[in-house]
Design a protein around this ligand. Structure first.
Ligand code: SF4
Ligand code: SF4
Ligand code: SF4
Length: 341
C-alpha cells in the first residue's frame, strides 16, 4: 500500500489535523493521548494526557511554544497507566528523543501510538507570553501562515530551532507534513511503512495518494531548511569556537564548574531514562556523558533551563556532532538501530 497520502484542509489546517488525530485515536482504540493544547488559562501549560477525543477541541500542535520535551512524560504515563493504550502527538525533536529513550531504557512502545507533526519552530517562553498577551494564545495560526516558506524568520525562534537538524516529521507511525505546502488547501500524511498505512486505513481517512508535486514541494523546502540550519550552526560554532569543548573530557571540565547544578540533566528527556553518574571523586563519567549526548535530540530544553545561561544548544550540539561523526550515528532514526556506545 502507498505510504504517502494527502488531505484537503478546506482553509482550516488545524481542524484538519485535529480530525485526523481523532480518526487515528478511534481506529487504535486509545484510552488517552499526550498532546499540546491551546487556550489554557495558563498559556505556558505543558502538554497533557487527554482521555477523550472530544477534548482535542483545544489541541494545537502548531503552538510555537515548548516548555518541556513531551517525550519525557511518556515513561511515567506508561507506569501510571500500565493497562491503558496510549498515544502521543509529538514534535520532531520530541519524537527523536522518544526513539532514543526507548533504546536507553528498553521500555516497550509497541502499544504506544506515535503521531509526529512538522514543526514550524518555537519561540522562547518569555517571548511567547508577551506575544500571547498581545495576540491571544492562538499563535499556531500565525505560524501556519508561513508553513509554505518553512516558517517565520528564523531569528525569532529559540536557538535550538534555528539550528534544528530536522523540523520535518519522519519516524513516527503517522507523520503529518505542512512544511513547503499550501496548508489552506492541503497537507501530507505519511505512514512509517505500508503496514502502518494499512493499519490506520489511510486510504479511508485521507483524500487519496499524494501527488509527486506535493511531495516534491515539501522535500525541497525541508532540504533548504536543513541546509540553512546547518549553516547557522556552523556560523555560531565558529563565533564561539574558543569556548567550545574539544572533547568529552573538556565538556566534563565545564560541567564540573557547575557544582551540584544538574538542571540541564533534570529537564533532558534522555537523562529521564539514564542519568549520567559521577565517580567517587564526583567527576562525571566520560562513558555516561558520551551515552547521553550521542542521543541528544537537539530540543534545546537544557539551554532554556541553564542556570549559567550557557549556550548549551551549541555546546552540546557540537559534542553531539563530533560523536555523530565518530560513530556514524544519528539520533532518532529508528528504535531498531542499536546505540553505538
Ligand atoms: S528543535 Fe526543531 S522540532 Fe524542536 S521545537 Fe525547535 S524546530 Fe521544532
Ligand atoms: S541535551 Fe539538551 S538538547 Fe539534547 S536532548 Fe537533552 S535537553 Fe534536549
Ligand atoms: S544547567 Fe547549566 S549551570 Fe546547570 S549543570 Fe547544566 S550547564 Fe551547568
Amino acid at each position: 500500500m502507498e505510504t504517502q497520502w494527502m488531505i484537503q484542509t478546506h482553509g482550516n489546517p488545524i481542524e484538519t489535523v485535529r480530525e485526523l488525530v481523532q480518526d487515528v485515536w478511534k481506529l487504535s482504540g486509545l484510552d488517552g493521548m499526550l498532546v499540546t493544547t491551546n487556550g489554557d488559562q495558563n498559556p505556558l501549560a505543558k502538554p497533557r494526557l487527554v482521555k477523550d477525543p472530544g477534548e482535542l477541541e483545544n489541541f494545537n500542535p502548531f503552538k510555537p511554544l515548548m516548555t518541556i520535551n513531551a517525550a519525557r512524560m511518556a515513561p511515567e504515563l506508561m507506569r501510571q497507566h500500565p493497562q491503558a493504550r496510549l498515544g502521543a502527538v509529538l514534535r520532531p525533536c520530541e519524537m527523536r528523543a522518544l526513539v532514543e529513550m526507548v533504546k536507553h531504557n528498553g521500555f516497550q512502545i509497541d502499544n504506544f501510538v506515535t503521531i509526529c507533526v512538522d514543526c514550524l519552530g518555537t519561540v522562547p517562553a518569555d517571548e511567547y507570553e508577551w506575544r500571547a498577551a498581545r495576540k491571544g494564545s492562538n499563535l499556531g495560526q500565525e505560524s501556519l501562515q508561513f508553513a509554505r516558506q518553512g516558517g517565520i524568520a528564523d531569528y525569532r525562534y529559540r536557538s535550538a530551532c534555528q539550528t534544528c537538524s530536522s523540523p520535518a516529521a519522519r519516524s513516527a507511525q503517522i507523520n503529518i507534513n505542512v512544511l513547503g505546502l499550501p496548508v489552506r488547501q492541503s497537507l501530507l500524511v505519511q505512514a512509517r511503512d505500508a503496514q502502518e498505512a494499512a493499519r490506520f486505513q489511510l486510504e479511508k481517512i485521507t483524500d487519496g495518494p499524494a501527488s509527486s508535486d506535493l511531495i516534491g514541494q515539501h522535500e525541497r523546502v525541508v532540504a533548504r531548511m536543513a541546509e540553512r540550519h546547518q549553516n547557522t550552526m556552523a556560523r555560531i560554532s565558529q563565533h564561539l569556537a574558543e569556548f567550545l569543548p574539544k572533547d568529552i573530557e573538556a565538556l566534563i571540565d565545564t560541567l564540573q564548574e557547575c557544582g551540584d547544578c544538574q538542571t540541564c540533566m533534570n529537564v533532558c528527556p534522555i537523562c529521564e531514562v539514564e542519568y549520567p553518574k559521577r565517580d567517587a571523586d564526583q567527576r562525571y563519567r566520560a562513558e555516561d556523558i558520551t551515552r547521553w549526548l550521542v542521543s541528544c535530540a537537539g530540543c534545546g530544553m537544557c539551554e532554556q533551563a541553564c542556570a549559567r545561561r550557557l549556550p548549551l544548544n551549541i555546546i552540546f550540539g557540537h559534542i553531539r556532532n563530533l560523536l555523530s561523526e565518530e560513530f556514524n550515528y544519528r539520533p532518532g532514526r529508528s528504535t531498531s538501530e542499536a546505540l553505538p556506545v
